[in-house]
Ligand binder design. Structure first.
Ligand code: NAD
Ligand code: 2HG
Length: 534
């Protein structure tokens, strides 16, 4: 009999499902971390929400654990890489609480506009003050949505029905999706400048950590109000408190917090009773959402323990093991090319990905390779951990066109994979090969090269001019950064040129800035100056 721990509060319906399927269930929300660590080794499955931390320390002790079910969307409390290392399936239930989070956001926006919580509190304290709690209408105001995914897009529709003008920033969304919603996609800064309300609906990633901080509050309207029902770490709480203190913005409605649970000692926002509304991470806390996520999580845990794949996996490849093993060198090659491309151009909105397979690669099923490529390119920008099961579906959902083709391999290389990326800004190409000595990068944007496909790189696209190579070399030299390998190509004298350097250590931002300034002084029309660590 399998033993399942439910370590956070979920609906009884979920627990019933587990028991009916013959599981032994321990329901222990709020247990101490010590007890959790002492007993985790007993369980085959765990269902959590956001309060249980499944970090390396816990997962290292979880010797029997086969599946972790996140009853909810965000999974920043689960160390996915560690779980993957231990072969533990991890899944979430990303749609079950979407509507609840949307409705909470609308509630927060309206409460903020009409001072509803403050007026309610005052009345309970026997204070009748209609003047103090004068509000503003949302009709005619501009709502700026950061992250127009599942929740953001639904907030947009509801805000439009209130007569609001909705604008958004989501660099990774297909414009057709936004067009359908009648929401203009604008640069981040422009959204902040124009919005009367800014609402965050992004996942927590390196890029969205403190996406609102001092600089961002400084460019918002003084009358702006900020809403966060996404993740606490998306906002720099101290900077928000300072912005309120210095009247840089008017108010904030915050459901999620950098430190949870919130206490007077850890949150400077608590002193702004009249201008800040705070809830205790309630976005997904409704009867309906709790039922949805609990039922799905329980059904999925049962299903995975019965050797099926989960519907919303966060960390598993769904390939026939034999097929997967055969294609492995090429899966690794295409993944490395995808990682390279994502680090190089993943910040531009992707429109199309094309992959060309040549030589021995064509003996194998391309599917795992193409899926791995899509996964490696999209992974850095998505909330749902993309994997080989859902890569294609997510690409389609995001309006990214995908093409696979075979190429004749006329040269002496036995295998070649070429990837072409089209973004809103331009088109980029990388090709690589797998040799007994390792993975080699053999082409970048038409320039034939031969470099190890790992390490540290500087890529420069510029207009061919004398002095460029010297300037870059001497600037790196002054900083003791060794150039291990360098290749340069151009279309014609004075035409578009590309330089690819493999370096031995990481250049600081200041050095990259200095290189850029030197190249500007040479008037070389630099189109790209990137540092990548692969
Ligand atoms: N408060 C709650 O209780 C509650 C409930 C449910 C979900 N959430 C949180 O809400 C957030 C959004 O959930 P979702 O289901 O809409 O996710 P989603 O993946 O459907 O949407 C996220 C969107 O953010 C965009 N994005 C990624 N990086 C971005 C960036 N740097 N700038 C702008 N946009 C960016 C993505 O392209 C995507 O469209 C998640 O953090 C989730 O954990 C909170
Ligand atoms: O389940 C929770 O505790 C929070 C829900 C929400 O933040 C989510 O990401 O699904």
């Amino acid at each position: 009999m399998y033993k399942v721990l439910v370590s956070d509060n979920i609906a009884q319906k979920g627990i019933d499902i587990l028991k009916e399927a013959g599981m032994e269930v321990d329901f222990k929300p709020g247990q101490s971390r010590e007890e959790f660590l002492e007993t985790i080794a007993e369980y085959d499955g765990i269902i959590v929400r956001s309060m249980t931390l499944l970090d390396a320390e816990a997962l290292n002790k979880a010797k029997k654990l086969k599946v972790i079910g996140r009853a909810g969307t965000g999974y920043d409390n689960i160390d996915l890489d560690e779980a993957t290392k231990h072969g533990i399936f991890v899944f979430n239930t990303p749609t079950g609480n979407t509507i609840s989070a949307v409705e909470h956001t609308m509630g927060m926006m309206l409460s903020l506009s009409r001072n509803i919580p403050q007026a309610n509190q005052a009345l309970h304290n026997d204070i009748w003050d209609r003047k103090k709690y004068m509000g503003v209408e949302v009709k005619g105001k501009t709502l700026g949505i950061i992250g127009l995914g599942r929740i953001g897009s639904r907030v947009a529709k509801r805000a439009q029905s209130f007569g609001m003008k909705v604008i958004a920033n989501d660099p990774y969304l297909a414009p057709q999706k936004a067009e359908k919603l009648n929401v203009p996609l604008l640069p981040f800064k422009e959204v902040l400048e124009k919005a009367d309300y800014v609402t965050l609906h992004t996942p927590l990633t390196d890029e969205t950590y403190h996406i609102l901080s001092h600089k961002e509050f400084a460019i918002m309207k003084k009358s702006a109000r900020v809403i966060n029902c996404a993740r606490g770490q998306n906002i720099d709480t101290k900077a928000l408190a300072e912005a309120l203190e210095n009247d840089k913005i008017t108010g904030a409605a915050i459901d999620v917090h950098e430190e949870e649970p919130v206490k007077a000692s850890n949150n400077p926002l608590l002193k702004f009773q009249d201008r800040v509304i705070m809830t205790c991470h309630l976005g997904g806390t409704t009867t309906e959402a709790m039922d949805n996520v609990s039922i799905t999580a329980a059904e999925e845990v049962v299903s995975v323990l019965q050797s099926n794949l989960p519907e919303s996996p966060l960390n598993i490849p769904a390939m026939d093991p034999q097929e997967f093993n055969q294609a492995k060198p090429y899966i690794n090659l295409v993944t490395k090319l995808g990682n390279f491309m994502a680090k190089w151009k993943g910040h531009e909105r992707i429109e199309a990905v094309e992959v060309e397979y040549g030589g021995e690669v064509n003996q194998y099923n391309h599917k795992p390779m193409t899926l791995s490529l899509v996964k490696s390119i999209l992974e850095p920008i998505l909330d749902d951990r993309i994997n080989l099961v859902n890569a294609m579906h997510i690409a389609q959902e995001r309006g990214i066109s995908l093409k696979e083709s075979q190429i004749q391999n006329k040269g002496e290389l036995k295998n070649i994979i070429k990837i072409n990326l089209k973004t809103e800004v331009g088109q980029y190409c990388l090709a690589g090969t797998h040799l007994p000595i390792g993975f080699r990068l053999i082409e970048i944007n038409g320039l034939r090269i031969d470099l190890d496909l790992s390490g540290e790189f500087i890529i420069v696209s510029y207009q061919d001019k004398p002095g460029v190579i010297g300037k870059i070399g001497s600037t790196l030299g002054e900083e003791n950064i060794n150039i291990a390998n360098m290749q340069v190509g151009r279309q014609e004298i004075g035409g578009d040129a590309i330089m690819m350097m493999q370096i031995d250590s990481k250049p600081s931002k200041e050095i990259m800035e200095r290189i850029k300034n030197h190249l500007d002084e040479l008037n070389t029309q630099v189109k790209d100056l990137s540092y990548l660590e692969i």
